[in-house]
Design a protein around this ligand. Sequence first.
Ligand code: KG4
Ligand code: ZN
Length: 363
Amino acid sequence: MYIDIAKEKFNKLKKEYKSRDILVLGIESSCDETSIAVVRNGREILSNVIATQIEIHARFGGVVPEVASRNHLLAIDSVLDEALSLAGVTLDDIDAIAVTYGAGLVGALMVGVSYAKALAFATGLPLIAVNHIKGHISANYLTHKDLEPPFVALIVSGGHTALVKVNNYVKNTLLGSTIDDAVGECYDKVAKVLGLGYPGGIAIDKHASSGTNNLPFIKHEIMPKTFDFSFSGVKTAIVNYVHKLNQNGEPVPVDDICASMQEQVVEELVRKSISACKKYHEKKLVVGGGVSANSRLRERLLAEGQKNKIQVYFPEMKLTGDNGAMIASEGYFQLISGESLADMDLTAEPNINLKWVRREQKL
Ligand code: KG4
Ligand code: ZN
């Protein structure tokens, strides 16, 4: 039986990891990046191959799920070959396989999950199911070699916005999350209406630097008494504003819209992140997800962090987006923390969201 062989290897690893290097293969296919990486001891990237489909989806103005799945299938074999060869290893050197099983697009996730299961079955290697959102936090363990929990984490991606208290490598508490759009989704939708293409985050970030924050899209603090977020209001306000200008044949002040949106959205994220650190007496704030690449978010969090004596951590730029290395890192920490192994019945869970953490009290 596969699981018996995998368990035996897993139990051996639990004894050995302190005395020898452990190599984890990380597989990520939740959205529009097919990525496989080899990571040593959860901290050191030996290879991190990312085949992005951004150009394929850009012409549709967003990710087309069926197209994404097909392209993952086309790419995954060569991504694995390249990841192993760049790391200078073969499958025989790998100790465990970690794979994103949620959240994400079901068809896209299925490609990575099926591939990982086939590899695990063929090799007898332990299979570890990784939550993509936790992976974004772990990108920081790769960037900051001494970073250890506990800390507060702000996750800002295309699919999620959340504040989490990370108690140890595997236990977390959800403090708050978006009740509607994720912050990255808001960036992408506003970029679309402004004709800035997909994905929109980088484009808005760039235009914002030439604009002025002179359009009050967020007029009051949003859900001020909680750690939850809401971004659909600001998105709708901007979309309506642009449509109205277009209908009246008036010029659209793209740079000012970008600067206003960015400044106001970033302030929401900064305010809640800093108050979460204060409330839980945490001196470390860790940021993860695609939007952690945002220049203004970095600037403002670092400034507020310094003011409040909170050390703020960001992943290095190349690890802000989706990648296999963060999945391998997260998988490693699950492995050494004795989390249970996945079996051949592992399946994609597109809506896993933040079920893995318990919701805690209000601000
Ligand atoms: O984490 P990620 O690669 O994928 C998901 O897990 O969703 O995040 C992608 C999101 C997109 O919405 C993209 O527009 C946004 O990250 N993003 C940015 C920036 N770079 C990427 N948002 C704001 N500013 C940026 N510089
Ligand atoms: Zn992501």
